[in-house]
Design a protein around this ligand. Sequence first.
Ligand code: FCB
Length: 303
Amino acid sequence: MSNVQQNDPLLPDYSFNVHLVSGLTPIEKSGKFDFFIDRPKGLNGYIINLTYAGQGTIYRNNDSFNCHPGDFVLFPPKEPHLYGRKEDESNWFHFWIYFKPRSTWKYLLSWENRIENTGFYRPNIKVKKELEQLFIKIVEIGQSTSIYSENLAMSMLEQFLIRRAQETSNKSSKDIDIRVLQVCNYLIDTLDENELMLDNVAQKVCLSASRISHIFKDQIGMSIGQWRQEQRISRAKILLQTTNLSIANIGRSIGFEDQLYFSRIFKKRIGLSPQKYRNSSQEQHERKIKDINSLDLYGKITK
Ligand code: FCB
């Protein structure tokens, strides 16, 4: 791989240094995109792809499987990618979404695995169309340049993942515990409070603090405190990206009275101070607009 990065996510060496990016890869035999997607170390985020036409083959070591129109494939972070048009097919068109999931999505992203950790989902005929249309809509919104489009695409992606989970699980034990959801709602409603009182949380759901902590961790994959911190930081990120509120006000709205302390925690988690994050999101947004404008028509959805 060369070190030169370029702007087209359909071609090798695109950086994927974004939260959500989506597209359609129209592979035609001997065409511009007829090469194998080969990323031995995978990417930092997840990818879901939907085969729209033709067939693709996904390889891993000595194993492989084919995907047909309507099939979804999920690559978790760091999962190797080696896939392309199935040898005897004249094309393979697939839609894809690359994303960094919200912290509550863990239970939505454990799909049945096909090879190693590569997930696979073939919807039944009843929901095939619905899920396909929803997915394509998300791809489309993910390519839009309006300021809230990424948030909208993320929400719709969550909806897609929930619909898939509903369809694949008939055991209610797989569903998230209602008490955990109550805790999540309570935490979201009290993000502006300075301190988390675990006893108050436990009281809300009539369990002991240690019991709810255990159930929560088991289902969400992180502690109540960590989850609350994630929510505070992601709310801060949205406010930094989409408003002109001062850093101090944003910090206060998520329970940090001390701006310096807020900046320190934010930087530790995100790697940039709130101000630098705001500037770089603005630059990224402008770059995305430029990238999309410079993509050739093939990379975009044409109806
Ligand atoms: C594109 C590939 C597509 C997917 C995205 C993330 O270049 O064509 O399959 O991997 O990158």
